[in-house]
Write a protein that binds this ligand. Structure first.
Ligand code: GUN
Length: 295
């Protein structure tokens, strides 16, 4: 079997077209322009490229976007003050602080300071709590993107054995929770594997769907999966540089090997990455509509 490639690039493009129309209508009918601010602390090249991509996409869809880049040694208090400024700025509906933050800044304190109504990442405890309870909230962008990829590709999740590898707050924990909920893309039987799991392959071999979010290049190999599995690769690992200095990326899955056994698989790049950015745009639109009392 050679796998169907689940293209995040194509799916994201289709969703962005839908969003573009909705954003234009919001402006025309209600004179509301969604506003997003991204805050980057320091000069990590991967974070820089993510934030640039987020702003570029926002701009292309008609979202007002502001990109704040702060020195790596900025004090925690200065960052909190800046967030408060945007909490009180009516033009800004969504605030995103790119993670990870430098070690001297308390990440939890920063995330707690963002007004939950503007928390388009879905990282504030209020939104995390609502998500777990299945209430209306901002869904975290990467898990939300994975659900959209699965449902729009016609992958049946109800009753499926799902194995999530990784237990981060950004991906592993929320996607596990969402996939067990009674919702589109949910109703699955979910197992979470992590660094202390004794026999990872014993779990992955019986999975109908594998979500790999560990940050270890090509960790999931063909001998660890069964024929017909659906594989979602969240990993974006920089494994080298081209002669031109461009990063060479690899996922958490050995794509070339696993695609020979899988029914469907996402590539890296061009899989989950574009979906994450697109879901951020969707959340920003939701934030603007909520602020205008339209939902
Ligand atoms: N770092 C890695 N992924 C994300 C994300 O989805 N949002 C933010 N803010 N930081 C990240």
């Amino acid at each position: 079997m050679t796998a169907k490639i689940i293209s995040g690039t194509e799916t994201a493009k289709a969703i962005r077209e839908e969003l573009k129309i909705e954003i234009a209508e919001l402006k025309e009918k209600h004179n509301v322009v969604p506003g997003l601010v991204t805050i980057l602390v320091g000069e990590d090249p991967a974070s820089q490229s993510y934030v640039t991509a987020k702003n570029k996409t926002a701009h292309a869809l008609g979202i007002h976007s502001e990109q704040m880049t702060l020195a790596a040694d900025i004090s925690e208090q200065e960052l909190l003050n800046l967030i408060e400024k945007y909490n009180n700025d009516d033009k800004i509906h969504g605030i995103l602080v790119q993670l990870p933050l430098p070690k001297h800044i308390n990440e939890a304190k920063v995330l707690y300071t963002i007004n939950p109504d503007k928390d388009v990442d879905g990282f504030h405890p209020v939104n995390v709590g609502k998500m777990v309870l299945g209430e209306q909230c901002y869904l975290p962008c990467t898990p939300h993107g994975i659900l959209e990829l699965l449902t729009r590709s016609g992958v049946k999740t109800s009753g499926a054995e799902v194995v999530v590898i990784g237990r981060s707050n950004i991906v592993g924990k929320p996607i596990s929770n969402l996939m067990l909920q009674k919702r589109d893309g949910g109703n699955a039987t979910v197992t979470i594997c992590h660094t202390r799991t004794k026999d990872m392959a014993a779990h992955t071999k019986r999975a109908d769907i594998i979500i790999a979010a560990v940050g270890v290049p090509k960790m999931v190999t063909a001998d660890m999966v069964k024929e017909g599995v659906v594989v979602i690769d969240v990993g974006v690992n920089r494994i080298g540089k081209t002669a031109e200095g461009k990063a060479i990326l690899a996922g958490d899955v050995d794509f070339d090997g696993v695609k020979e056994k899988a029914a469907a698989i996402t590539p890296v790049p061009g899989g989950v990455g574009p979906m994450t950015i697109t879901m951020l745009m969707k959340n920003t639109l939701q934030a603007a509509k909520q602020a205008a009392g339209l939902i």
